[in-house]
Design a protein around this ligand. Structure first.
Ligand SMILES: [Zn+2]
Length: 352
C-alpha cells in the first residue's frame, strides 16, 4: 500500500496534461478531469451514462434502442426495440425532470464536498432550502450504490457506535407516522442511560488504506446477525479483523472465516494490530455529524455514506468530486420527492 501511496502522491503533483498521458498509458479513461467542464445536462449524460455512444435501454438493459423524436421539453427520446418502452438520456437518474442548469449540480456537489449545511448550500447555489434538502438526498441516494460496493481488505478494524433515535422530519408531511414514544424536548437526553433500545447502533469497519463501511444495524447492542447484515461478505476472508473486548464481532469474524485479533480494551495499541483507526473513525464521524445538529434517523444512512465517501475514500477533493459527478450520471434513481415521506422512520436492515 505504501508504494501505491507514493505513486498517488506523485500523480497528484502532475499537470492536467501529464495526468492525462499517465492515465492513457495505464489504459484508463482520461476524461475524469474534464467531467466538470460539461455545461449541458444532456451532453453530460450522453457522455458518461452511455460511453462510446452506445445507448442501452434504461428499463431492460438491451443494447438496441433507436432515436424516437423529442419530448415536449425538447430532449432526445429513445425507444427500446426489446421492451418497447421509451426513455431519455436522463430517465431513471437524479437528473430526470431537472429544470436547473448542470452547473448548479456541480456546485452543489462542491458544497457537499466541503461539508456544508442545507441552508448554506442553498444560499451558495441560489435554490430554496427545500430544494437543497431534496438535492442533497438525491445525490446521496445515488452515491449509496457506490458505498455499497466498498469491500475491505488488509488489516480491518471494526466496532460499533451509537446515535440517539431522532424522528425529526417525520411528523408534518406524513399521514401515517405515529410517534412511537413521547417526544424529547430539544436537547433533552434519552431517559435510559447507556446503550438502550432508544439508540441506533451503527456497525462500522475501516481498513488501513482508509476505506470504510458503516450502516445502521439494529437498536441497542448488536447481535452477530445484525452485524452480518451490514458487514457480511464485505470483508475479504484473507484480511485480519481487529476488534476490542468480547463482542459480537468475534463470532461474526469466525462465521465469515476471517482471522480475528481481539484487543483488550486497556491495551489499545499493540504493535501493528490495534483499534486506533476505528476509534479515530468514530470521533471523526461524530464531529462530521455535529455540523448538521441532529440528523433524523431516517436519513442517517445517507449521512454515513456522505462521510465515508468524503473522508474515507482515495484521492483529493477535486478527484472525488469528479467521481461523484460521474457516478450521479450512471446511478439508477427511481425515487421522487414523495417517496421520501414513505421511508421508514428507522431504516433497519433485514436480519437473517
Ligand atoms: Zn428495454
Amino acid at each position: 500500500m505504501a508504494e501505491a501511496n507514493v505513486v498517488f502522491q506523485m500523480f497528484k503533483s502532475l499537470s492536467d496534461k501529464e495526468k492525462e498521458t499517465f492515465l492513457r498509458l495505464l489504459g484508463m479513461p482520461t476524461e475524469l478531469t474534464e467531467i466538470i467542464d460539461s455545461t449541458d445536462t444532456e451532453e453530460f449524460l450522453a457522455k458518461h451514462r452511455f460511453p462510446n455512444q452506445e445507448v442501452c435501454c434504461v428499463h431492460c438493459g438491451l443494447l438496441d434502442a433507436c432515436k424516437c423524436g423529442h419530448t415536449k421539453s425538447g430532449h432526445q427520446r429513445f425507444r427500446c426495440k426489446g421492451c418497447g418502452k421509451t426513455f431519455t438520456y436522463a430517465s431513471r437518474t437524479i437528473f430526470n425532470g431537472a429544470k436547473k442548469e448542470l452547473d448548479m449540480y456541480f456546485q452543489y456537489i462542491h458544497c457537499m464536498m466541503r461539508g456544508m449545511t442545507i441552508r448554506d448550500s442553498a444560499k451558495e447555489c441560489h435554490i430554496t432550502k427545500n430544494n437543497s434538502f431534496y438535492l442533497r438526498h438525491k445525490i446521496l441516494d445515488a452515491l449509496q450504490e457506490m458505498q455499497d460496493k466498498v469491500r475491505l481488505d488488509g488489516i480491518v478494524e471494526a466496532d460499533e457506535t451509537y446515535f440517539p433515535i431522532s424522528f425529526k422530519g417525520n411528523h408534518s408531511k406524513s399521514k401515517t407516522f405515529v410517534m412511537p414514544r413521547e417526544a424529547h424536548k430539544r436537547g433533552e437526553r434519552a431517559k435510559k442511560r447507556g446503550i438502550s433500545k432508544e439508540k441506533v447502533c451503527v456497525a462500522c469497519a475501516v481498513n488501513r488504506s482508509g476505506k470504510s463501511i458503516a450502516n445502521i444495524s439494529n437498536l441497542g447492542r448488536p447481535s452477530v446477525a445484525s452485524i452480518s447484515a451490514v458487514l457480511g461478505g464485505r470483508i475479504s476472508p484473507d484480511s485480519v479483523l481487529c476488534t476490542d473486548k468480547m463482542n459480537s464481532y468475534v463470532p461474526f469474524a469466525e462465521h465469515e472465516g476471517i482471522n480475528v485479533i481481539q484487543l483488550k480494551s486497556n491495551k489499545r495499541v499493540d504493535g501493528m494490530f490495534n483499534i486506533q483507526h476505528i476509534n479515530n473513525y468514530h470521533s471523526q464521524l461524530k464531529k462530521f455529524m455535529r455540523i448538521f445538529n441532529g440528523v433524523s434517523t431516517k436519513y442517517l444512512p445517507n449521512y454515513l455514506a456522505w462521510n465515508n465517501l468524503r473522508n474515507y475514500a482515495e484521492g483529493d477533493k477535486d478527484f472525488k468530486e469528479s467521481i461523484w459527478c460521474k457516478h450521479n450520471a450512471e446511478a439508477v434513481y427511481d425515487d421522487s420527492k414523495w417517496t421520501y415521506y414513505q421511508r421508514p422512520a428507522i431504516p433497519l436492515p433485514l436480519v437473517a
